[in-house]
Design a protein around this ligand. Structure first.
Ligand code: TPP
Length: 354
């Protein structure tokens, strides 16, 4: 079959323009903003992994390798937009303006981690693809209210095999809703490689079935991610409906800290490709190639980021351990009897009963 969705790229692996059409839209401020956020979320991700290893954080989903996809997409949001993330998208959330101590608290099982008071961010969807209909619903509400706010649904390649993916896409298209369906294709659904999970050549082509534009981008090229997502949001805000974006990327590490990737892929191969694939390294090469690199600025920025993260850890650790009641108390506004019963049974079992 003809490749209908060639990968779109503006900056190649060596950090050089492969397409100069965006050249006039690039400023040193924009490039530094990209670098700042990518470095910030990478530093956060590594810190979180270390904290988990030290027993100071619960099981954690790593996103190293996916920084360009998360930062580039989140920077194209407006402050009042809606974000529907998965458990792997806290890099995007931090870029959008989520409260960092609360992001840490989420990974420590505290309910405060599900809420970011200053932004329209939904709690991360752990049941795969359930957030897509939610994103369509929020976009519908905004459309009915007559605003120009839009929503973004983040999801992985595995999510496209779930019914909710298709329902969300169909609904958004039929009602021409302002949604961006942002897929990060990192090649794996835990241990299942994409070839074993679907028979379509690309995820972008699934847009055809729902009559919406699809675009396949180099998800490690932050320029491609930023400019293409921004375009999709412009369409959404102009009343032209949803877009499906497939950002082709890679996760360098395990699925979560509870996973051992050496069981299903050759980790040496992943590590060997790193120099070619790493999105932060690509941006660094770009900055050096085109005169945007300022070593002093990078040093000051790294220090600022480290201090911010240390302070967020102090705040996270000032909270007591989570309460068992939290497991039951926040599902419904008024607790229905089956949950009440489950809660009572569980508390009883903790007291040594059956
Ligand atoms: C409905 C549902 N089925 C199965 C799982 C178990 N599960 C957790 S993560 C995951 C893989 C999802 O892969 P993908 O959508 O590609 O996202 P990624 O983890 O790679 O970011 C699965 C199957 C789940 N959480 N929800």
């Amino acid at each position: 079959m003809e490749d209908l969705y060639p990968i779109k790229q503006f900056v190649d692996e060596e950090g050089k323009f492969s397409d100069e059409s965006i050249k006039n839209e690039i400023s040193s401020e924009l490039v530094q903003t990209f670098y700042y956020h990518m470095l910030r979320i990478r530093t956060f991700d590594r810190k979180a992994k270390n904290l988990q290893r030290q027993g100071r954080l619960g099981t954690y989903a790593l996103f190293e390798g996916q920084e360009a996809a998360q930062v580039g997409s989140a920077l194209s949001l407006k402050q009042d937009d809606w974000v529907f993330p998965t458990y792997r998208d806290h890099g995007a959330l931090l870029t959008f303006g989520a409260d960092m101590p609360r992001v840490f608290l989420y990974w420590n099982g505290r309910v405060e981690g599900n809420i970011h008071p200053d932004r329209n961010i939904f709690p991360p969807a752990v049941p795969i693809a359930t957030q897509l209909p939610h994103a369509a619903g929020a976009a519908w509400a905004e459309k009915r209210r007559g605003t120009t706010n839009a929503s973004i649904a983040y999801f992985g390649d595995g999510a496209t095999s779930e019914g909710d993916f298709h329902e969300g896409m169909n609904f958004a298209s039929v009602f021409k809703l302002p949604v961006v369906f942002f897929n990060q294709n990192n090649g794996f659904a835990i241990s299942v490689p994409i070839e074993k999970q679907m028979n379509s050549k690309t995820i972008a082509q699934k847009s055809v079935a729902y009559g919406m534009p699809g675009v396949r981008i180099d998800g490690n090229d932050i320029f491609a991610v930023y400019f293409e997502t921004r375009k999709a949001f412009e369409r959404a805000r102009n009343g032209e409906g949803p877009t499906l974006i497939e950002a082709v990327t890679q996760r360098f590490g395990a699925h979560t800290t509870a996973d051992d990737p050496t069981k299903y892929r050759d980790q040496n191969e992943v590590d060997a490709q790193r120099d070619k694939v790493d999105p932060l390294l690509r941006l660094e090469r770009f900055m050096k190639e085109y005169g945007y690199w300022d070593a002093e600025w990078v040093e000051v920025t790294s220090k600022k980021i480290e201090a911010e993260i240390e302070e967020a850890v102090v705040q996270m650790e000032s909270f007591p351990a989570p309460n068992v009641d939290d497991l039951f108390d926040h599902v419904f506004e008024e607790m229905p009897w089956p949950i009440k019963e489950q809660k009572e049974n569980y508390l009883e079992s903790l007291r040594g009963g059956n």
